[in-house]
Design a protein around this ligand. Structure first.
Ligand code: CP
Ligand code: NVA
Length: 310
């Protein structure tokens, strides 16, 4: 038996962890990042294997998990729907039983949240959500870590969400409820966040604005995402019509606080959900945000496999 926490924990939604666990993870990610920047070798996961299952495309999630695991001394198995029995209708529960007897940790990017929940229910090892239709917790972990690096605590701050009521929006709401900040939501009609899907109970953690400019007023952070998420491509033409006014441009940034940051989980479409001058401008921290996926996920994998260090 390899050493590690006695209780099996998964990271399937942002609300799977408590505020004090996030405080620990953000501290830990900062330490891991600092050591990495100083070229200090840190390999606590020698002999550990991560299986990564991708049913949707990825650049950042794949590279950050794969590089992170190797840097910590472990190894990685990469599976996709097309090159495994997952694409040939092997039951999720059977896949979970088999894969989790062979590896120490599983990361899954898939469609319905129910699928990852079903996998986790039959897994012997921790399962991490690498994006589902409903949530993207690893991204928000990186985003909040990035905010803290630039501006300090996010508690009491205002985050403006401009665009689709999607997996990122849902996860921002969960984070707001747990960490004590407010999300100003502005989505086109028909693309609103459903609080039941977002999985939140405290209606004080968000406010709804019809006009994206009003949502951005006095925000400490303005953030958006693609108009059409993976899996919703058939709706693209209708979405292009509906989302025209939900583009983060210089006017929206001017409505926010002068020191407001701009974030985007990437990939971005310049000229659609954000203008080039904003995403490539001085308030944008999108490259830090992407890099920080590496550091926070190292802290996350260490936490799930080894528990608290120190
Ligand atoms: N932000 C993000 O998850 O990017 P990828 O789709 O490239 O993994
Ligand atoms: N909302 C986007 C995020 C991509 C990282 C999607 O689900 O495609």
């Amino acid at each position: 038996m390899k050493p590690g926490p006695s209780l099996l924990r998964h990271y399937l939604q942002f609300k799977d962890f408590r505020a004090e666990e996030y405080a620990y993870l953000f501290e830990r990610a900062a330490t891991i990042k600092k050591r990495f920047k100083h070229y200090e070798k840190y390999q606590p996961l020698v002999d550990r294997t991560l299986a990564m299952i991708f049913e949707k495309a990825s650049t950042r999630t794949r590279v950050s998990f794969e590089a992170g695991m190797y840097q910590m001394g472990g190894s990685v198995v990469h599976l996709t729907t097309g090159d495994s029995q997952l694409g040939r209708a092997e039951p999720v529960a059977d896949s979970a039983r088999v894969i989790s007897r062979m590896v120490d940790l599983v990361m899954i990017r898939t469609y319905e949240q129910a699928k990852i929940e079903g996998f986790a229910a039959h897994s012997r090892v921790p399962v991490i959500n690498g994006l589902t239709n409903e949530y993207h917790p690893c991204q928000i972990l990186a985003d909040i870590f990035t905010f803290i690096e630039h501006r300090g605590s996010i508690q009491g701050k205002v985050v403006a969400w401009v665009g689709d009521g999607n997996n990122m929006a849902n996860t921002w709401l969960q984070a707001a409820e747990i960490l004590g900040f407010t999300v100003h939501l502005s989505t086109p009609s028909g693309y609103e966040v459903d609080p039941a899907v977002a999985g939140i109970t405290d209606t004080r953690c968000y406010q709804i604005f019809k006009d994206p400019l009003d949502a951005c007023r006095d925000a400490h952070l303005v953030t958006t995402d693609v108009w059409t998420s993976m899996g919703f491509e058939a709706e693209n033409a209708a979405r292009v019509q509906a989302f025209t006014d939900w583009c983060v441009d210089a006017d929206l940034m001017a409505a926010a606080r002068p020191d407001a940051l701009f974030m985007h989980c990437l990939p971005a479409h310049r000229g659609e959900e954000v203008t080039a001058d904003v995403i490539d401008g001085p308030q944008s921290v999108v490259w830090d945000e992407a890099e920080n996926r590496l550091h926070v996920q190292k802290a996350l994998m260490e936490y799930l496999l080894l528990g608290r260090i120190g």
